[in-house]
Design a protein. Structure first.
Lengths: 243, 243
DNA sequence: ACCTGAACACCGTTCAAGT
DNA sequence: ACCTGAACACCGTTCAAGT
């Protein structure tokens, strides 16, 4: 409620405004940077600049670039947590409802951070049984608690974790990859240089079926496709559970 | 049939043996390098060294590092081609058999190049309707021809392409990611520096369900899981086709 | 025609030194 | 305690120059 003109604020604004450095703050800035400018543009130096600091200062809070990336992935994955006891939108309706809410959350995350989702998908998990994109102990624990408390057996819950991970990874990475093609930071269309790059852009007419079906192939059913595949997965799990 | 002691061979071996440079040869070497030493170790300079040449020479054949990566992905994806007319192992048995052979081929590719598969999975496809990992015109054309010639409608064939891509991507990337954890080039375990990295390795005992189910979670069923999920996908497509 | 030396701009990272 | 200047080793890439 402090007035913007309060002396404290005015004084601190005298030198370039900058919040105190911290690991959390650095990770926030890094995520924002990648969202805005893509992963290759994230540099220790550029990140320092964004924070009003020299690059070397970051090393007090972050063990190098790799550790920074790990921190970013960790932070994003935490956003996947859904109260396993259910909330106002998805009460304790059954495990299907829980998986549904987790799925839409993961999809929202992927869409919100298309340049970062590949990182979540491909960086080596810290334990071999932590499967992307549900790659944190907290998220896995929530998952297991939610399903077991809703009546699934241990084996079913673990099988569901496996199947659900693959499902999310495949669908969301695919959405993000094709979506990324248009969203990607516009790398100025470099005009081919003079290397003898093979004419990889063969005329589409050499591929008659592909050409003929192009309208079908181009149609974007991402939403419906995701919903449908999720329903099928739930059906499959349902068969597994009640057998 | 030439004898190893033939004068030609002896003479060419006088200076450091090196095959003539070419785009194909460079791409081969790059793939071998990544398979052996991981992606980060692939450098224009290191690649030049492996080819007995200075880094700058590569630029005559390759439009920079990005183009090189694209070339590598392109080459690998071509290995996915399966004769759509069937071969001795999988004659014209029906579209299920074709998809099965394509699936095992893709899985073999992923296992043969675990460090490269993430590249196939995440690089932006050149056309929005080319979906990883089946991201080349040749492979897609084969796919469509195979399925349509086996009786599928246009719509079913395209729907199958979509579902099949997601399936492969999810399962194979997941296998490779967890597998990669153990296979990855042993980055000497850097001991944490002195940055205030949060104690992310919480004791597993804070996650009782996860801890209790760890044996189940750790069990590696990759083979069976893949087979089973593939069967379910084929069933699902079968229902779609014959409706 | 094919390769290289030299150079440029830009990385990640370390460490002694500043405040 | 927190940040920085200076430096190091290493990138990708260009281009004039060599053979």
């Amino acid at each position: 409620m402090a007035n913007d003109d309060s002396p404290e604020r005015a004084r601190s604004a005298a030198r370039p405004a900058r919040e105190p450095l911290s690991r959390d703050h650095i990770i926030d800035a890094a995520i924002a940077s990648v969202d805005e400018r893509g992963l290759p543009a994230l540099t220790m130096r550029s990140l320092g600049q964004r924070l009003g600091v020299e690059a070397m200062s970051l090393y007090r809070y972050v063990n190098g670039r790799e550790d920074l990336l790990e921190g970013m992935v960790g932070r994003l994955v935490q956003e996947l947590r859904v109260d396993p006891r259910g909330d106002e939108h998805f009460p304790t309706d059954g495990w299907q409802a829980y998986l549904q809410s987790l799925a839409v959350g993961a999809r929202r995350l992927a869409h919100a951070h298309p340049s970062l989702f590949p990182l979540i998908a491909t960086r080596h998990p810290s334990a071999p049984w932590l499967r992307p994109p549900l790659r944190s102990l907290e998220v896995v624990e929530d998952f297991l608690v939610a399903l077991i408390s809703r009546g699934l057996s241990d084996e079913s819950a673990v099988a569901a974790y496996r199947a659900f991970s693959s499902f999310l990874l495949g669908h969301l990475l695919l959405e993000v990859a094709t979506l990324g093609a248009s969203t990607a930071p516009v790398e100025e269309t470099l005009d081919e240089g003079d290397a003898e790059v093979p004419d990889n852009d063969l005329p589409l007419s050499d591929f008659p079926q592909t050409q003929r079906l192009q309208p079908l192939l181009e149609a974007d059913h991402a939403d419906a496709e995701f919903e449908l595949a999720l329903e099928h997965l739930l059906d499959r799990l349902d068969a597994l559970v009640s057998q």
